[in-house]
Design a protein around this ligand. Structure first.
Ligand code: UD1
Length: 363
């Protein structure tokens, strides 16, 4: 049995790490790691391979940045050659980035089974490239591994066969729990990051990530979000590792954060976790962090109008605050008044998702 594991962008790396750990212990199962090169900077890619102990990729497709069509096409062309050489039984794709879409289509057209990890999530927001990637990937996948029950419901509504859907929990939570255990044993981080945390004090800062095109590429929306964050930072300092897209847009639009918003370079998994696990509040437009905060019970404001991860709202610590400054600030006033969601950990977010997936793929 030969499996190709595809990863290309930052949020993919933490999802393949637990699958690799499981695959290492399974007999009769060969696997190869394919890095598409969608993300390529050291701090967007290599640092995750090092920290999460993912073996060096067997193939690097060097796709790089570009328009959606350019990037997708480069990945497809290069991945087709890999599939032709390797002839795997299954291609495993994770998440919803362009690499997920490109490799699932390529494999399916070559008669190779496709397994989609994190299937069935739907925002209903077609302005998100990720929504298109999710819907297309799910529509051709043979194995649909879902993280929450809404995923199953969405797939059934779209006419997928129940036998192809497997509710397994979340590989990203597997990775989070694994890394948290390791971090708790050591409690060290990059010195600059550690010093900042000590200076501000545990529970006395917020942690921010912001990179969605809908939030940072539209100057008016971005300016409104920045003004709300500056206001919040007057009360609660904010630590902000800045994504390359956001850094470019800050410069282009001449926007400024106040000195209580600490701008950091993109962080590796360890340093980011070291900061956000002890934050009073996480503010984010990322998909993954909405879920990770729910898994650890940290309050989270999602700076978006919708989420494809409803379990984080219904059961977890997540609150959708929208992208307008009034909404963000009203939610923060509530938070400061002590109206904080406690939340509970969703079903099967227990660190065993990768094992369940491999039990299905390699019984
Ligand atoms: C991609 C994913 C998004 C995910 C995000 C996490 C798609 C459609 N989007 O968005 O779902 O949440 O990754 O980071 O797949 N850049 C660098 N260095 C890098 C990579 C990118 O500087 O290593 C810059 C480039 O200028 C590039 C821009 O960031 O044009 C955006 O990168 P891209 O991969 O196109 O999209 P993301 O915004 O990162």
């Amino acid at each position: 049995m030969k499996i190709l594991l595809v990863a290309g962008a930052r949020p993919n790396f933490m999802k393949i790490a637990p699958l690799v750990r499981q695959l290492k212990g399974r007999r009769g199962c060969e696997y190869k790691i394919i890095h598409t090169g969608q993300h390529y900077d050291e701090e967007m890619s290599q640092v995750f391979f090092d920290e999460l102990e993912i073996p060096a990729p067997d193939y690097h497709l060097n796709a790089g940045s570009g328009s959606h069509a350019e990037q997708t096409a480069k990945i497809m062309t290069a991945f087709e050659r890999v599939c032709a050489d390797e002839r795997p039984e299954v291609v495993v794709v994770v998440g919803d980035v362009n690499s997920t879409l490109a490799c699932s289509i390529t494999a399916k057209k070559m008669g190779i089974a496709v397994a989609h990890v994190e299937a069935g999530l739907r925002s209903g927001d077609w302005s998100m490239p990720e929504e298109i990637n999710r819907v297309v990937t799910d529509s051709i996948s043979d194995y649909l591994f879902v993280t929450e029950k809404s995923g199953r419901d969405n797939l059934i509504k779209e006419g997928k066969r129940p036998e192809s859907i497997f509710f397994v929990g979340h590989v990203m939570v597997d990775n989070l729990l694994h890394m948290k255990r390791r971090l708790d044993g050591e409690e060290t981080a990059q010195s600059e990051v550690a010093a900042l945390k000590v200076r501000l004090g545990v529970g006395r800062y917020a942690f921010l990530t912001l990179h969605r095109p809908a939030n940072v590429d539209d100057p008016e929306t971005f300016a409104g979000i920045v003004s709300a964050l500056n206001e919040i930072a007057r009360d609660l300092p904010i630590l902000f590792p800045v994504h390359p897209r956001t850094r470019n847009q800050l410069g282009r639009n001449g926007l400024r954060f106040s000195e209580s918003v600490f701008l950091l370079p993109p962080l590796g998994f360890r340093d980011a976790l070291y900061l956000w696990k002890d934050a009073a509040l996480v503010l984010t437009d990322s998909g993954g962090l909405q879920e990770e905060t729910t898994a650890l019970g940290i309050p989270c404001f999602t700076i978006r109008e919708n989420t494809e991860r409803p379990v984080t709202i219904e059961e977890g610590t997540n609150t959708l605050v929208g992208v307008r400054p009034e909404g963000i600030l009203a939610a923060f006033s509530d938070f400061r008044a002590g109206r904080v969601k406690k939340g509970r950990v969703p079903e099967l977010w227990d660190g065993c998702a990768a094992a369940r997936i491999l039990d299905v793929l390699t019984p």
